[in-house]
Design a protein around this ligand. Structure first.
Ligand SMILES: [Ca+2]
Ligand SMILES: [Ca+2]
Length: 333
């Protein structure tokens, strides 16, 4: 049985797109919520790598010097080059393609169609997902009609294409929005925020390299044998009962690492893909602009608890290479 999962992409400001597919952990793999039973985590089979894509010839009409293709290739190389992850994706050819057509081709379509007039999304990713969570195909639609793109980071005109591609490729690989990040006073995205942060970078902002949360996410989804990364797991409770939807953030201030996960309905969380380090942990409610709705999937359920007080864990976890720490739990108020 094949179900079509549609995952909202890089939406400037909060546009509530219809979402079938969606996730679990601050990096969050896309999950499907069939309501009965456990969530299904969307993922590519290891044999799918490297994923081949076809892209619209010449990519965006805003850029004619070929730097747009370079930007896309660099974004693909960033995901493909993560040590400890088996994920890989590349452009096989430039050819006219259509996104959201499940034809066996992973298409990246830059569209200038008039049908996009007034459309608020920058990019959308469409995943074809089998009932067991296996991603069969991924298409990306880029709204070249409404939005201007640039390859000059920090420019005052246009969205940085490499930044947009890096984020949306994460969705093609099976990650969804991460709540790990924040906005500063003038509403720009904080530098250290995950590439997959719920709020995408706007004009003049860029994030061309993966943050530790993004790296942990792709490693957690597609680990290679012998990885030296470890995990921290436990449970968040309130008055002894499970807290669903708590964002648990592991922070190593010395190495400047921030990686998070979100608790499941039973209150448990698991942060995989962690480098060795000394981690402080905090449980935070999912709040705007990275509220539960931005994660989709099971986090659209009504029993996500967003009303508890942010709480530090009593313990600091010293995690050695490849080690796992379990039972790291906290009671929140
Ligand atoms: Ca396709
Ligand atoms: Ca354009």
């Amino acid at each position: 049985m094949i179900r079509r999962g549609r995952i909202a992409g890089c939406v400037l400001a909060a546009v509530a797109a219809s979402v079938i597919a969606a996730p679990a952990p601050a990096y969050v793999p896309s999950t499907l919520d069939f309501l009965a039973g456990a969530p299904v985590v969307a993922h590519w089979d290891a044999s799918s790598f490297p994923i081949t894509t076809w892209v619209t010839p010449g990519l965006t009409t805003d850029i004619t010097d070929g730097s747009d293709r370079v930007a896309l290739d660099r974004a693909m190389a960033a995901w493909s080059g993560v040590a400890d992850s088996g994920a890989a994706i590349f452009v096989e050819r430039e050819q006219q393609v259509q996104a959201n057509v499940f034809d066996g081709i992973n298409a990246i379509e830059f569209s200038n169609s008039g049908a996009l007039d007034g459309a608020g999304f920058v990019t959308l990713t469409f995943l074809l997902i089998a009932a067991d969570g296996t991603i069969e195909e991924a298409d990306m639609l880029v709204n070249d009609r409404v939005f201007g793109f640039t390859t000059s980071a920090g420019g005052s005109v246009g969205l940085d294409l490499e930044t947009a591609m890096l984020r949306e490729l994460g969705r093609m690989l099976g990650l969804t929005s991460s709540p790990l990040g924040g906005l500063d006073g003038d509403r720009t995205v904080l530098e250290e925020s995950a590439v997959m942060y719920s709020v995408s970078r706007g004009v003049g902002e860029s994030a061309r390299s993966l943050r530790p949360d993004d790296v942990a996410g792709i490693v957690a989804m597609y680990p290679v044998a012998g990885t030296t990364r470890g995990s921290i797991s436990g449970r968040v409770t309130r008055n002894g009962s499970a807290v669903f939807g708590a964002h648990v953030v592991a922070h190593d201030p010395v190495q400047d690492i921030l990686v998070g996960a979100v608790t499941l309905p039973d209150g448990t969380y698991r942060i995989d893909g962690l480098p060795a380090g000394r981690y402080l942990l905090e449980a935070l409610p999912l709040t705007a602009p990275a509220g539960p709705g931005t994660l989709g999937g099971i986090f659209l359920r009504e029993d996500v608890d967003t009303s508890f007080q942010p709480s530090f864990f009593a313990v600091t976890v010293r995690l050695g290479a490849g080690q796992s720490a379990s039972g790291v739990s906290v009671e929140v108020g």
